[in-house]
Ligand binder design. Structure first.
Ligand code: SF4
Length: 378
């Protein structure tokens, strides 16, 4: 279902979108008033305390965060105290929470707040986003909870509630879908943005759980599409992503006067297209060593002079080639020898075809995109 259509789920039996929106907001806010957890950082609207708690809660559970939060606030009660501290002092208090880049950014951000904003967290979303360690979620959470701004704070909990409420099958792992969801949530935020945003997050944390959501006690049970269709446990959709591994690749640009050697690869990855001799390795040096030994097989000797003439990268679905281009200039006679040897080997089980072509004629050969890109580099 498209995102625009999802919002129109509200229009039923002549009921207007606005009326449905208000009903949903009221149900959620009434529930939140009674059922929200009493947490130390919710006792005030101090942006400093809210910001610290939000950073600590990223990738860490509430019960683990609470003692850290108390100790941190006791040591650095204001943003000025945090900005004055050394990085070592900050990291010492963070020890055990993990993801230490969060602590380093927190420290940098405190210094930026003191230097650029006299210690006050900016109220403008775009300014907040420029601070170290502040992304769309944290900016939305701090600005809505501290200053009651109508800005969405969409975390994993909210994405889950949203997907179920609107029967959305959009992959929540995709940035464009997350952005579209943020836009729709923004349209739903009432004047009391502070409580509404927290209520959505709290509903996801306490009731609309990843497994076995507590629909029977959920305030939105009568409006929820996933509940109506009994597909709560199928949502949200988050497709598994294959990790894209970075692989160093050495590429040989072998020249002989006016021509360059190209090879036709038999691997599935390059699909029988033309390219240049290459070698993958665990490191750049290992790739270069492999290329040298591969060239030794083709040329009959290991080339002595390898000059780096450029770099390029190509992203496949499961790996990224980080290519270093090595130029090798051969004397004319060697080319004849290579081709003689090549013709001999061809009758055996040589896996690659070889051709010598001028630079201008290279574009006439069907080449894999990874290699076409290289034509711009040398
Ligand atoms: S009814 Fe169930 S699935 Fe729907 S929002 Fe509530 S807890 Fe989540």
């Amino acid at each position: 279902m498209g995102f625009k259509v999802q919002l129109n789920v509200f229009i039923t039996c002549g009921e207007k979108v606005e009326e449905k929106k208000i009903k949903l907001q009221d149900k959620l806010l009434d529930w939140y008033k009674v059922h929200h957890r009493k947490l130390p950082f919710r006792e005030s609207h101090d942006p400093y305390k809210i910001w610290i708690s939000e950073i600590m809660l990223q990738q860490t559970q509430m019960d683990i965060v609470l003692p850290y939060y108390e100790r941190f606030l006791a040591a650095f009660p204001t943003v000025f105290d945090l900005a004055k501290a050394t990085e070592e002092q900050v990291l010492k208090l963070w020890a055990g929470l993990g993801y230490y880049s969060r602590a380093r950014n927190l420290h940098k951000c405190a210094r930026a707040l003191v230097d650029e904003y006299e210690g006050k967290f900016p109220e403008e979303y775009q300014k907040a986003l420029k601070l170290p360690g502040i992304g769309p979620y944290t900016a939305g959470a701090v600005l809505s909870i501290a200053y009651n701004k109508r800005i969405p704070a969409v975390d994993g909990n909210v994405l889950r509630v949203y997907s179920r409420l609107f029967n959305s099958h959009a992959d929540i792992g995709e940035a464009k879908n997350k952005k579209a969801i943020e836009k729709i949530i923004q349209e739903l935020i009432p004047e009391n943005a502070r409580d509404f945003n927290q209520a959505l997050m709290e509903l996801g944390a306490l009731i609309c759980l990843p497994k076995n959501p507590q629909c029977e006690i959920c305030p939105l049970t009568t409006t929820c599409k996933a509940k109506e269709l009994s597909i709560q446990n199928d949502l949200p959709v988050k497709r598994k992503r294959i990790k894209n591994k970075k692989i160093p690749v050495a590429v040989g640009i072998i020249r002989k006067s006016d021509s360059i050697m190209i090879t036709k690869a038999s691997t599935a990855l390059l699909n029988g297209l033309w390219g240049f001799p290459i070698a993958e390795g665990e490191t750049e040096d290992a790739a270069k060593a492999k290329l040298l030994s591969c060239l030794k097989n083709i040329l009959g000797h290991e080339p002595s002079k390898l000059k780096i003439i450029g770099n390029s990268k190509h992203v496949f679905t499961h790996k990224t080639w980080q290519m270093t281009l090595y130029e090798i200039n051969l004397p004319e006679t060697l080319k004849e020898e290579i081709m003689y040897q090549y013709e001999k080997d061809k009758s055996a089980d040589l896996k690659e075809e070889i051709e010598w072509v001028t630079r201008n004629n290279l574009s006439k050969y069907p080449m894999a995109t990874a290699f076409k890109k290289l034509l711009k580099v040398f």
